[in-house]
Design a binder for this molecule. Structure first.
Ligand SMILES: [Fe+2]
Ligand SMILES: [Fe+2]
Length: 245
């Protein structure tokens, strides 16, 4: 878990580097999206390996993808921080859970690294709420772990339910673009196909975390319903805000 600060730093450093490398002036943060329409997801307008014409993303689709990647990066940051805050409490009272906590944390750290890379590559502004989510996620992890193992697992169940369905929506959206491309006799760029495969893999890993939480008595948390409902509402609110801000 000692690599977390490096992952967080790398999100911002990589983003700055990619902006500098491609911008004559460093104004990307303030510039309107349309200025970058030609550069962002540039490969989605490039040649594909097949003879079909490439499917060109509309400004609305690019905006959707920007928001999706911004939210995913923020969500994965939050996930790593929740596990970082929970693990010492949980492992102290339930040492047998150390491998499980480490396994879930390691997967979250891998997800964060993936989205740090994609956000930098596509020159997407990370959410301005980054510092707020850092504090909120750490508090959520710490407080649920303080309530006990079941509450910590209920937290995982709630977060993964929302995040899993969020990734599912993104997969469904990109697959609808693929269907649209097929109707037009066009083809999605390889990079976008790879992105949807990445979203699917990560969604499945999030749902695996949800299964682990339920298997480790998340439903026994007290009070289960208010706790889970509150965390799910918090997740949905954070997703909505991070899409735009
Ligand atoms: Fe994750
Ligand atoms: Fe997860």
């Amino acid at each position: 878990m000692e690599c977390l600060p490096a992952l967080r730093r790398s999100a911002l450093v990589q983003c700055r580097r990619s902006h500098r490398a491609s911008s004559p002036i460093f104004l990307d943060f303030l510039a309107p999206t349309t200025l970058h329409a030609q550069r962002r997801y540039a490969s989605t307008t490039g040649p594909t390996r097949s003879s079909k014409h490439p499917y060109v993303l509309s400004p609305k689709q690019r905006e959707y993808l920007d928001g999706a990647l911004r939210v995913n990066q923020a969500g994965e940051l939050a996930a790593t921080l929740i596990y970082t805050a929970q693990t010492p409490h949980i492992v102290r009272s339930h040492p047998h859970l150390r491998p499980l906590m480490k396994h879930m944390y390691d997967q979250e750290a891998g997800h964060l690294k993936t989205f740090n890379h994609l956000v930098a590559k596509h020159q997407i502004r990370p959410t301005a709420m980054y510092p707020v989510w850092e504090v909120a996620a750490t508090f959520l992890g710490w407080s649920t772990a303080a309530l006990g193992r079941e509450a910590a697992m209920a937290c995982t169940e709630a977060v993964e339910t929302e995040i899993g369905s969020h990734y599912n929506d993104q997969v469904r959206e990109i697959l609808s673009w693929e269907a649209d491309a097929e109707r037009r006799g066009e083809e999605l760029d390889d990079e976008l196909k790879e992105m949807v495969a990445t979203f699917r893999r990560i969604r499945d890993e999030e749902l695996e975390h949800l299964d682990h939480a339920v298997a480790h008595d998340s439903k026994e948390a007290k009070p289960y319903d208010p706790l889970v409902d509150m965390i799910r509402l918090g997740c949905r609110t954070a997703i909505k805000i991070s899409e735009k801000v």
